[in-house]
Design a protein around this ligand. Structure first.
Ligand SMILES: C[S@@+](CC[C@H](N)C(=O)[O-])C[C@H]1O[C@@H](n2cnc3c(N)ncnc32)[C@H](O)[C@@H]1O
Length: 256
């Protein structure tokens, strides 16, 4: 089965437990992202003054959250943007993203996600992703997606096509690590990336201007147990992945 289909199927099964299972790491990443707004360097707005879906001074800042999952990156950046739009290959992840947005009392146009894959070799221009509201973003972000993509360079290029000129591409992912065996190993295409590989990816995608990468160190916790689950299932096939620490980076660059 193609990697994209393996991801779709795995994350469809994970969607309901993803947030509780990854609670600690998602918290750490949310804090790390919110502490680095200057590093990301988008033209942030103060969404508290939001009126008519624009910032206090009337500006808009539209975020595309690709491989959005349940929406951690969107929620971390929502206070500084005027609209968050998620895309994910897993329909259950998209449903969870949308349910969380709705539960927060947000209007659909402020935060919503749709199902899709912008780098499907069999469908290079998916009609489901052709609506104008899915283009001309100020910021495109990918949280923990690149190590799952069959073709990260092509995905970066397709993302940059959806940015306005001067828009920012921002990702978090893992620095190069030893291959390890865990529950989601079959969905992983890259054992992290080196700084040189990330820079090359941004440059070839057309978002290499003012490229910067920050290493967050090796303390981010990934994987782990489902807090609400049946503890007796830990250790059985497909369950019980031990939490492990990974070296995470944030990277950003601007579309030329
Ligand atoms: C580790 S999760 C990260 C979710 C979220 N961005 C976060 O930071 O918590 C990876 C996500 O990538 C999605 N994904 C994997 N391959 C994809 C593809 N080809 N296109 C779109 N989404 C994909 C999965 O469905 C999953 O939701």
């Amino acid at each position: 089965m193609a990697t994209a289909q393996l991801n779709k199927s795995y994350f469809n099964d994970e969607a309901a437990k993803y947030d509780s299972k990854n609670e600690k790491g998602l918290q750490q990443l949310t804090q790390a992202i919110q502490a680095r707004l200057d590093f990301i360097g988008a033209d942030w707005v103060d969404d508290d003054e939001d009126d008519d879906a624009a910032g206090g001074d009337g500006r808009q800042l539209r975020l595309l959250d690709y491989a959005c999952g349940t929406g951690m990156v969107s929620r971390a950046l929502a206070p500084y943007t005027t609209q968050c739009v998620g895309i994910d290959i897993s329909e259950n992840m998209v449903a969870t993203y949308n349910a969380r947005a709705e539960n927060q009392g947000l209007a659909k146009e402020d935060m919503f996600a749709v199902v899709g894959d912008i780098a499907d070799p069999n469908d290079p221009e998916p009609t489901s992703l052709s609506s104008p509201e899915l283009f001309n973003f100020d910021l495109a972000a990918v949280g923990g997606g690149f190590h799952h993509f069959e073709n990260p360079k092509l995905t970066a290029t397709r993302l940059v096509e959806r940015l306005r000129p001067g828009g920012v591409l921002f990702i978090w992912d893992f620095l190069t690590h030893e291959p390890d065996n865990h529950q989601a190993s079959h969905t992983v295409t890259h054992h992290g990336f080196s700084e040189a590989q990330v820079r090359e990816m941004f440059e070839s995608a057309g978002a290499g201007k003012n490229f910067a990468l920050e290493d967050l160190g090796s303390g981010i916790i990934v994987g782990g147990h489902h807090h609400g689950g049946n503890s007796h299932s830990h250790g059985h096939h497909g369950e019980g992945t031990q939490p492990r620490k990974r070296q995470v980076f944030l990277a950003r660059g601007e579309k030329l």
